[in-house]
Design a binder for this molecule. Structure first.
Ligand code: URA
Length: 216
C-alpha cells in the first residue's frame, strides 16, 4: 500500500508511466506507436478502468480520446465530474492490433501496472468499463446483472469499492445500454456525494454476494 504524500503520489505515477513505456513483458509494444499508461489526477477519488487503447489512443498516448472517450466525457458530466478530477486508465497499456480482445497472457503481463496505479492513488471508487476490467475485480459477475451496483472487493490486502459499468463503446452501439449507462453515471455522482458528505451508502460485499448466488 502506498503511504505517499501528494508529491510522492505524482512521482510514483510518473515512475509507473516510465516503466510502462519501456515494458517488453508481452509483444504488444511491437505493433503499437506508443504506450498509453493513463492520465488524470494523482489524487482522484474515482479511477476508471477500460480495456485497452484503440487507434486514437495509440496515436495520441491518451486514454479514451476517440468516440468512446467523447461519450465518456459527457457521462462524467452526468456524475458532476470532469476528466481532470478522475484518473482514467486501461487493463492493457499498449494497443492490441486491430483492436482485438486482450489475451489472458497480456492481461497478466500488464497486471502490476494497474495494481500499482490503484495502490498509489487509493481512490474511493474504482469504476470498471466493460467486461475485461470488470473480470479483474468481479470474475464471476455478469455485467447485465451487476452494472451500476457498488461492491466491496478485496484486492492487494485492502477492501475497495468497485462499481462495474458497461463500456462506453457498447453504449454507442446499443440504445438500451446507453440509457442504463447514463443512469449509472448519474447514480455514481449521487453515491460520491453521499460518501463525501458522510451519508449512509449501501455496498454489498462481493464475497457474500457470491455465496448467496451459490445457494440459489
Ligand atoms: N476503449 C478502451 O477500453 N480504452 C480506451 O482507452 C479507449 C477505448
Amino acid at each position: 500500500m502506498c503511504r505517499c504524500g501528494d508529491m510522492d503520489k505524482k512521482e510514483e505515477l510518473i515512475k509507473v508511466a516510465g516503466e510502462v513505456k519501456k515494458c517488453r513483458k508481452c509483444d504488444l509494444w511491437r505493433g503499437a506507436i506508443q504506450s498509453v499508461p493513463g492520465e488524470g489526477s494523482f489524487d482522484a477519488q474515482v479511477v476508471f478502468v477500460g480495456e485497452a487503447p484503440g487507434f486514437h489512443e495509440d496515436q495520441r498516448g491518451i486514454p479514451f480520446c476517440g468516440a468512446a472517450g467523447k461519450l465518456l466525457d459527457k457521462l462524467l458530466a452526468l456524475a458532476q465530474l470532469e476528466r481532470g478530477d478522475v484518473f482514467i486508465t486501461n487493463v492493457l497499456k499498449h494497443r492490441p492490433s486491430g483492436n482485438r480482445d486482450p489475451l489472458p497472457s497480456e492481461i497478466e503481463a500488464c497486471r502490476s501496472f494497474l495494481d500499482r496505479q490503484i495502490e498509489i492513488i487509493e481512490p474511493k471508487i474504482i469504476v470498471t468499463l466493460g467486461r475485461f476490467s470488470m473480470a479483474k475485480f468481479l470474475p464471476n459477475a455478469l455485467i447485465s446483472q451487476v452494472h451500476g451496483q457498488p461492491r466491496f472487493v478485496e484486492f492487494g490486502g485492502k477492501e475497495w469499492i468497485v462499481i462495474p459499468m458497461y463500456h462506453p463503446a457498447a453504449a454507442l452501439r446499443n440504445g438500451k445500454i446507453m440509457v442504463a449507462e447514463q443512469e449509472d453515471f448519474i447514480k455514481l455522482g449521487e453515491f460520491l456525494e453521499k460518501i463525501n458528505g458522510g451519508g449512509e451508502v449501501k455496498v454489498e460485499k462481493e464475497k457474500e454476494k457470491e455465496e448467496q448466488l451459490k445457494l440459489i
